[in-house]
Design a protein around this ligand. Structure first.
Ligand code: NAD
Length: 251
């Protein structure tokens, strides 16, 4: 069911070319937002633009957000083309499985640059605009940021940092109208999960605690939650880390 919660609002969504980001972008456009969709994948952005129709609109911007200057550039371009910024959704991310000894410096830095650094630099660039509009930030964390997982050490570190980024910003801006929250899903049915290859020779027993008992979520469920968190319906939700993990982190 569509509502009109985002009519007149502008949402910058990273990772909008696939999976959760694409579902979020579609949902917000359905609810009247102008979505400034950012992704490294030109094909993903073109597919999004083809797929969505009104009542809102999509503007696309290709960028590799692992570069801090590209984060500042994306925010500046958004405000320039769309006129304002009400919601920042930091959704772009990558994941990989590896034994500790096999993680190369390049792989480690790429995960941190996209999953953690880009969130930081996007927030840094967006906050002045969000303070003007009384807007909010929603970061995509993961159950992997809340618990230790074997064979994904760098990914877990990167998502733990996203959670601390969320909480720290929430405290720094607690006397303003800005809201900052995080959503922490476990498995979601997206290309990231389909392309995820578990490293050879792992001890499967060590992975069971984060495999869960109930299967995976669909991206649309995350999009519905994102829209709720980013809407004006929950003005007191600030600094929250909302799990959508079928109980994995409850155990
Ligand atoms: N799918 C899951 O099971 C799951 C679970 C927990 C958390 N998450 C998190 O949710 C977020 C979205 O994941 P998804 O499953 O939709 O993945 P996805 O692979 O479907 O989409 C990720 C998007 O990020 C974009 N991206 C990657 N690197 C980029 C870069 N350098 N600059 C700009 N864009 C870049 C990709 O092109 C892609 O469009 C990620 O942060 C991921 O860690 C996913």
């Amino acid at each position: 069911m569509s509502t009109e919660r985002f009519v007149g609002k502008v949402a910058l969504i990273t990772g909008a070319g696939s999976g959760i980001g694409r579902a979020v972008a579609g949902r917000l456009v359905d609810e009247g937002a102008t979505v400034f969709a950012v992704d490294i994948s030109a094909d993903g952005l073109a597919a999004l633009a083809d797929e969505v129709s009104g009542p809102g609109a999509v503007l696309t911007h290709r960028a590799d957000l692992s570069e801090p200057s590209a984060c500042a550039g994306a925010v500046a371009e958004c405000v320039d083309r769309a006129g304002r910024l009400d919601v920042l959704g930091n959704i772009a991310g990558i994941a990989a499985s590896s034994h500790l000894a096999d993680v190369t410096v390049e792989q480690y830095r790429r995960i941190m640059a996209i999953n953690t650094d880009a969130c930081f630099f996007m927030c840094q660039a967006a906050v002045p605009h969000l303070l003007e509009t009384g807007g909010n930030i929603v970061n995509l964390a993961s159950n992997a940021g809340l618990m230790g997982q074997a064979y994904t050490v760098a990914y877990c570190m990167s998502k733990g940092a996203v959670i601390q980024l969320t909480r720290s910003l929430a405290m720094e801006f607690v006397r303003t109208d800005l809201r900052v929250n995080a959503i922490a899903p476990a498995a979601v049915n997206t290309p990231l999960l389909h392309n995820f290859e578990i490293a050879d020779g792992v001890d499967v027993e060590l992975m069971k605690p984060y495999m869960g008992f109930r299967g995976m979520a669909e991206a649309d469920e995350l999009a519905r939650l994102f829209a709720f968190v980013a809407s004006d319906e929950v003005p007191n939700m600030h600094g929250a880390v909302i799990s959508v993990d079928n109980g994995i982190t409850a155990g």
